[in-house]
Write a new protein. Structure first.
Length: 479
């Protein structure tokens, strides 16, 4: 028997479940197929993001930050604490509860919107025919006028570092340590390495991060990555650049990592090792040879600007297609696609995708970096504001970081905003809105910001583009 839908979404992560809910809202008879099984063996919607990504990592980042503040920072503000302790199983248990609540919430949202959920694995054949195998072993064939693939990504594995228990783990393992490793190695100073390295560093691990590239956070604005590196060093994170891992050797409860850098071959002994060297698109067992969907040379599903694949009526969104592997990018793509299916014409503005690293201080940016503008030969002005001059940051005893606005020299249109500091993950939304509305730096300067807030830092940086900032020495910065 074949069941027919208007839209079938394969994958119930952020890209897929947003597509499915919006599709149902638009009146389409919609199904969502997802195969995720959680660590208790139970089907769980929400994909990587809710189960082992964005949400659980932020739960641990928030707990560990509160712990580190209580231990190291409270005395500075007159709160005396002694003997502050971390209960790792309680912290992990709370994280699991948040994940359970949110994943069940997604199931409830899909149901209340009338989306039919299939728990199991989908394989796409010719003519948008889908072979579904349920977790209960039952087979079913589905067809649809439109199919949206949102099968996400999976961690990259590297031959020198095969995963092993709690000794060598990927990001998922690093969310579930049962105790604080005394010495923790992290391979990769990318977003995951910095976030999860920060969690365990705050809880007491001695963290060494081995990064193959010579440059720290090359995708960020250089001034911001320099400031972030300074702050992470202060926190005790030992980040070694130009360090390429060549092997691991497990003996008892220790892992020896060998790596080479400019000085030659070196080794370090750790109690645990996190491998965080990137993620790759996940299409395993998804596409039959005749389905008409093609992959690009890096294994991503090949799509056009509107996420249409090479097969008519088949679309692909989220981590499985080109572009940054970010939940919010996938969500917007999922919504764009089903709205286009319903006859609307939205687009995703890939120039305005915010990036955030949820360390402390946080790092956030949108648009072009100063080095990108220089390379392109674009003429621009810079305004920046140090958070040490913010009254609100001083009141909060959290003055690390800065905000920087880059604006076109002729039109004053904002081209990029770069932030490092407390709560900049929230502040960057203001910059994204400004850029979506094609604001000039002057527009932001003419906008009223509540006082005292950290947001005033963005206001001041925008004013500083033309030398009008009030709370910094009034010199117009030359690039
Ligand atoms: P996924 O979330 O990977 O979901 C894909 C779903 O499809 C999965 O449930 C999978 O089981 C299912 N599936 C795959 N194949 C099939 C099949 N054949 N049949 C049925 N189902 C299938 N991003 C952010 O924006 N902010 C963050 O703070 C952030 N933190 C992160 C922290 C960590 C530790 C990690 C690992 C990632 C983080 N990310 C973050 C990245 C984010 O998780 C991904 O960008 C996002 O989950 C991608 O969404 P997606 O829907 O494309 O894919
Ligand atoms: P990443 O690409 O951000 O960083 C991986 C790092 O590992 C790179 O700096 C790379 O040079 C380094 N590397 C690769 N091979 C190496 C080797 N052999 N030895 C040493 N270093 C090596 O990847 P990630 O940190 O694994 O994150 C994966 C994806 O998940 C990213 O695309 C990211 O966007 C997403 N994510 C986002 C967030 C967020 O938005 N806050 C959080 C976590 C993950």
């Amino acid at each position: 028997m074949t069941t027919k839908f208007d839209v079938v979404v394969i994958g119930g992560g952020p890209a897929g479940y947003h597509a499915a809910i919006r599709s149902a809202q638009l009146g389409q008879n919609t199904a969502c197929i997802d195969k995720w099984i959680n660590k208790d063996g139970v089907p769980s919607l929400g994909g990587t993001c809710l189960n082992v990504g964005c949400i659980p990592s932020k739960a641990l980042l928030d707990t560990s930050q509160k712990f580190a503040e209580a231990r190291d920072g409270f005395a500075d503000i007159g709160i005396m604490t002694a003997g502050v302790k971390i209960d790792v199983p309680a912290m992990i248990g709370r994280k699991d509860q948040i994940v359970e609540g949110l994943t069940k919430g997604v199931a409830a949202l899909l149901k209340s919107n009338g989306v039919k959920v299939f728990e199991g694995t989908a394989k796409l054949g010719a003519g948008r025919q889908i072979e579904f195998v349920g977790h209960d072993g039952k087979n079913e064939t589905l067809t649809a006028d439109n199919v949206v693939i949102a099968t996400g990504s999976t961690p990259v594995a590297i031959p020198p570092c095969p995963l092993q228990g709690e000794l060598i783990v990927d990001s998922t393992g690093a969310l579930n340590f049962t105790s604080v490793p005394k010495r923790l190695g992290v391979i990769g100073a990318g977003v995951i390495g910095l976030e999860l390295g920060s969690v365990w560093n705050r809880l007491g691990s001695e963290v060494v991060v081995l990064e193959a590239l010579d440059e720290f956070l090359p995708m960020a604005d250089r001034q911001v990555s320099k400031e972030a590196a300074k702050q992470f060093k202060k926190q005790g994170m030992d980040i070694r650049l130009g360090a390429r891992v060549t092997g691991t050797d497990v003996k008892g409860k220790k892992v020896t990592v060998t790596y080479s850098d400019a000085e030659g071959e070196k080794s370090e002994i750790f109690d645990s090792l996190i491998v965080a060297v990137g993620r790759r698109p996940f299409t395993q067992d998804l596409l039959s040879g005749d389905c008409g969907v093609n992959l690009d040379e890096r294994g991503f599903i090949s799509v056009d600007d509107h996420c249409a694949t090479d097969a008519p009526g088949v679309w692909a969104v989220g981590d499985v297609v080109r572009g940054p592997m970010l939940a919010h990018k996938g969500m917007e793509e999922g919504i764009m696609v089903v709205e286009r299916i319903a006859g609307h014409l939205p687009v995703v503005n890939y120039d305005c995708v915010p990036s955030v690293i949820y360390t402390h201080p946080e790092v956030a940016w949108v648009g072009k970096t100063e080095q990108e503008l220089k390379t392109a030969g674009d003429d621009y002005n810079v305004g920046s504001f140090p958070m040490s001059a913010s009254g609100r940051a001083m009141a909060a005893n959290d003055t690390a970081g800065m905000i920087k606005v880059l604006a076109d020299a002729k039109t004053d249109r904002i081209l990029g905003v770069h932030m490092v500091g407390a709560h900049v993950a929230e502040l960057i939304a203001e910059a994204v809105i400004a850029m979506e509305f094609e604001s000039s730096a002057e527009d932001v300067g003419l906008t009223m910001f509540a006082h005292p807030t950290l947001s005033e830092g963005f206001h001041e940086a925008a004013l500083a583009v033309s030398g009008h900032a009030i709370h910094i020495a009034n010199r117009k910065r030359k690039k």
